[in-house]
Design a protein around this ligand. Structure first.
Ligand SMILES: CC(C)(COP(=O)(O)OP(=O)(O)OC[C@H]1O[C@@H](n2cnc3c(N)ncnc32)[C@H](O)[C@@H]1OP(=O)(O)O)[C@@H](O)C(=O)NCCC(=O)NCCS
Length: 166
């Protein structure tokens, strides 16, 4: 389900709308993103994207936002899934390659964490990533996550879990 709009200094996290579905699908289908997601490189069709959105807006266990920057407009998506009690699982990508390494991922993550911690019951956020995902590992470390343990292989590749507690 969508949450409220959340403002930060150079960007806003805003609820996903119908008009965002195609750009999100294109980002998700690009190798710079799909290579790093556990869902793998399978092409998502327009129909699948619409079906996903229909389920998403009704699903109380996940919340996602478009990362909408003042300078470059929408550049990616951040969200939390498996929301249950005080636990959530992080998901993030900067879909526009020109917008990577500009600090947007960090700013979006800091804003999301601040909002989640403010909601009384979210006390622990985990992130699952491929062990060789240097960009995500550095982003999470910078935002205060630490390594917990290696996790099950995904698509034949080693993975790990990082977490941040309130
Ligand atoms: C991971 C990702 C979201 C990072 O977003 P970003 O906006 O580019 O990251 P930021 O610019 O905020 O950088 C945060 C930190 O990570 C570092 N970093 C970013 N990309 C990096 C890379 N490719 N290699 C090494 N460090 C990197 C930055 O230098 C910065 O650390 P520093 O301040 O110590 O220098 C982005 O690379 C991405 O979308 N990757 C593909 C999808 C993905 O891997 N998602 C996570 C799945 S678990």
């Amino acid at each position: 389900m969508n949450g409220p709009a959340l403002s930060a200094s150079r960007l806003t996290l805003r609820p996903i709308e119908d008009r965002d579905l195609e750009i999100i699908r294109n980002w998700r289908n690009s190798p710079g993103v799909s290579d790093w997601l556990f869902s793998g490189p399978q092409e998502i069709t327009e129909a699948q994207q619409r079906a996903w959105y229909g389920g998403y807006v009704e699903d109380e266990t996940q919340m996602r936002w478009v990362i909408d920057t003042q300078l470059a407009g929408p550049v990616g998506v951040i969200g939390v899934t498996e929301l249950k009690g005080w636990h959530g699982s992080l998901t993030i990508f900067i879909g526009d390659p020109a917008a990577r390494r500009m600090g947007y991922g960090y700013e979006a993550l800091e804003r999301l964490c601040a909002w989640l911690w403010g909601r009384a019951r979210t006390k622990r956020l985990i992130a699952e990533l491929y062990a060789d995902n240097k960009a995500a590992k550095r982003l999470y470390e910078k935002a205060g996550f630490h390594f917990v343990a290696p996790a099950e292989e995904q698509n034949g590749r080693p993975t790990m879990i990082m977490e941040k507690r309130l």
